[in-house]
Design a protein around this ligand. Structure first.
Ligand code: TRP
Length: 334
C-alpha cells in the first residue's frame, strides 16, 4: 500500500459565516487530524439546495466559506478541498444507493421530519433524499472516519446500513465508516444565553462572534456578554454559565488548561477587567484570521486553484469507485 493512512472525510454546508464556536470546536481539531490521516474536505453545495435558497448567494457563500476555512487553518497543501457539485459520482452513487433504501427509513429521519415541518406541503424530494446523498458522499471516497455533530449521527447510521447492504447483496465494495469523535475542542455557548450553543442562526446576533467581525465588534459583543449578579470569577457552569463560558473561551483561545485560566483571574472583584482580558484574547486570535480571510476572499484565482487541485484528486478517487459500483451493479461497461 502506498498510503495506508485512514481516510477522514469532512463535509460542511456552505452556509455563510464561521463563528468562534466553529473555530474553537471542530476547526481546531483539524490540525492534528491533518497530520494523522488522509483528509478530504468538501463543501456540500448540493445539500445546500434542499432548502429554499438564492443561487447568487450560494455561489458567493461557497467561495467565501472556502476562504474562511483556509484562513482558519485548513491547509490546502496538506489536505484536499473540493466542491461536491464539481465531482461526477456523488449523485450517480446516490441513485444506486437510493435503490437500496426503503422510503420509510428516509421518512423516519429526524432531520427530514424537522425540516419538512418547517417547509410544509412544498417539501421537496431532495430533502427526503438528503441522507442518501450524504451516504454517497462518504462511501464514494471509502472514508473510514467522518467527523459529525450529534445531529448527523443518524445519517452515518444509514450510511453504514447501506454500505453493509450493498456489500452483502453484491460483494465487499465499501468501507463501513465510523463517526469520528476525536477531541471535538471546546464547546462554546451563546454570549447572550449561555445555556445554548453558539449558533449562527441565533435570533440575538450579539450572542455570536464571527471570524469576520472587526476588533471593535468583537469587543462590544464580549463586553456585553450575559453574566450574573456576582463579582468573582469562578468556574461554576450550573450557577454561573456566562462566566464559565467566558472562561472556556479564554482558555481555548489562549490554549491554556481551564485551571490555569481560572487561576489567572482568582482574586478579581469585578467582571469588567476579566471581560476585557477575554476580549483581548479573542481579538488576538481572530484579528489575523480575519485579515487572512479578507486577503483570500479577494484572491479568486488562488481559491479556484485550490479547488481545482482538490477536484482532480477527488475525481480520480470517485472514478475508481463508480467504475467498481457500476460493474457490481450489473451495468454494461463498453
Ligand atoms: N449533512 C452535513 C451537515 O449538514 C453535511 C454533509 C453532507 C456531510 N455530506 C456529508 C458531512 C458527508 C459529512 C460527510 O452538517
Amino acid at each position: 500500500m502506498v498510503d495506508s493512512k485512514k481516510i477522514v472525510l469532512t463535509g460542511v454546508q456552505p452556509t455563510g459565516k464561521l463563528h468562534l464556536g466553529n473555530l474553537l470546536g471542530a476547526v481546531s481539531s483539524w490540525e492534528r487530524m491533518i497530520d494523522e490521516y488522509d483528509c478530504l474536505f468538501f463543501l456540500a453545495d448540493q445539500h445546500a439546495i434542499t432548502m429554499p435558497y438564492v443561487p447568487a448567494d450560494l455561489r458567493k457563500n461557497t467561495l467565501d466559506c472556502v476562504a474562511q476555512y483556509i484562513a482558519c487553518g485548513l491547509d490546502p497543501t496538506r489536505c484536499k478541498i473540493f466542491l461536491q457539485s464539481q465531482i461526477i459520482g456523488h449523485t450517480e452513487l446516490m441513485w444506486v444507493l437510493g435503490c437500496l433504501t426503503p422510503i420509510g427509513q428516509l421518512e423516519r429521519m429526524t432531520q427530514f421530519k424537522d425540516k419538512s415541518k418547517k417547509v410544509g406541503e412544498s417539501v421537496c424530494s431532495g430533502l427526503l433524499f438528503y441522507p442518501v446523498l450524504m451516504a454517497a458522499d462518504i462511501l464514494l471516497y471509502n472514508a473510514d472516519l467522518v467527523p459529525v455533530g450529534e445531529d448527523q449521527k443518524q445519517h452515518i447510521e444509514l450510511t453504514r446500513d447501506l454500505a453493509i447492504k450493498f456489500n452483502n447483496a453484491f460483494s465487499p465494495t465499501f468501507t463501513v465508516p465510523e463517526p469520528y469523535i476525536g477531541s471535538t475542542g471546546a464547546r462554546i455557548m451563546a454570549l447572550q444565553s449561555p445555556s445554548n450553543k453558539m449558533s449562527k442562526s441565533d435570533a440575538n446576533q450579539n450572542s455570536v462572534v464571527y471570524i469576520t467581525d472587526t476588533d471593535d465588534i468583537i469587543r462590544k459583543k464580549l463586553m456585553s456578554a450575559v453574566t450574573d449578579s456576582g463579582n468573582s470569577v469562578t468556574y461554576d457552569p450550573d450557577n454561573k454559565p456566562g462566566i464559565a463560558n467566558l472562561l472556556n473561551i479564554y482558555a481555548a483561545t489562549k490554549n491554556l488548561s481551564l485551571s490555569v485560566a481560572v487561576e489567572e483571574f482568582a482574586g478579581l472583584s469585578s467582571y469588567q477587567p476579566f471581560k476585557q482580558a477575554v476580549a483581548d484574547a479573542v481579538i488576538a486570535k481572530i484579528h489575523p484570521i480575519r485579515e487572512r480571510y479578507l486577503q483570500l476572499a479577494n484572491d479568486k484565482e488562488y481559491l479556484y486553484s485550490v479547488l481545482h487541485d482538490g477536484r482532480l484528486d477527488a475525481q480520480k478517487r470517485a472514478n475508481r469507485m463508480i467504475a467498481k459500483v457500476y460493474r457490481k451493479s450489473g451495468f454494461v461497461n463498453e
